[in-house]
Design a protein around this ligand. Structure first.
Ligand SMILES: Cc1cc2nc3c(=O)[nH]c(=O)nc-3n(C[C@H](O)[C@H](O)[C@H](O)COP(=O)(O)O)c2cc1C
Length: 187
């Protein structure tokens, strides 16, 4: 059974985080625990983009970004996957340079040192050279850069369907089973 950390940071795209939490709640039989940590900036962006403060409505345990007592602040907590969604360039840069100054960056540091799965759903446009180099560094350290870049070949009709083209790929990468559009299938 899987132990997953979801970190939400202050890049645009709170809808991706909301949708991932919705879908993880629906996939409850596939994981042992899902823990959530959110930066202060992420809360501001969520309120701006989604117009509510419903980030803790799913019943998942929530941890303060200053709480280093959280189980996933140590490799011994045995969390196997961390998804940072959306992942700001600031958080990406701190991870790439080993600045473990809060629970999000410490948890990412732990996941990488333990050779477990880190998925960074990065978002900004365009990228500068530091962003690109930080993505390269995290990739070389074993992390997965999964840009918050939707696809349109499934003909999504709503904003949620567009966002799901990213979130369903993230769930695939995390190794959970999900019913989703798959290219080349007839259904
Ligand atoms: C509405 C809004 C949208 C933002 N969008 C992005 C973005 O897409 N990418 C990014 O890297 N930063 C973005 N930022 C800036 C980050 O919130 C800022 O760099 C912050 O320090 C990130 O902190 P965190 O990584 O601790 O959450 C945005 C800020 C606001 C208020």
């Amino acid at each position: 059974m899987r132990k997953i950390v979801v970190a939400i940071t202050g890049a645009s795209g709170s809808i991706y985080a909301r949708l991932l939490l919705d879908k993880l709640a629906a996939l409850r039989g596939q994981w042992e625990s899902v823990a959530v940590v959110m930066s202060d900036n992420a809360k501001e962006v969520w309120q701006t983009e989604l117009g509510n403060t419903a980030w803790s409505n799913h019943g998942f345990p929530f941890f303060s970004p200053r709480d280093f007592m959280a189980p996933f602040a140590s490799g011994s907590g045995k969390y196997d996957t961390m998804i940072i969604i959306p992942c700001s360039m600031g958080t990406l840069g701190r991870i790439a340079t080993g600045v473990s100054s809060d629970l999000i960056t410490r948890a990412a540091d732990v996941i990488l040192k333990e050779r477990r799965k880190l998925i960074c759903v990065v978002r900004d446009t365009p990228y500068n050279l530091m962003h690109i180099r930080n993505m390269e560094t995290v990739t070389l350290a074993g992390g997965i850069i999964c840009p918050a870049t939707p696809s349109f070949y499934s003909l999504p009709k709503t904003i949620d369907e567009v966002a799901a083209t990213v979130v369903d790929r993230v769930i695939d990468l995390a190794g959970l089973k999900i019913d989703t559009f798959r290219w080349g299938t007839t259904e």
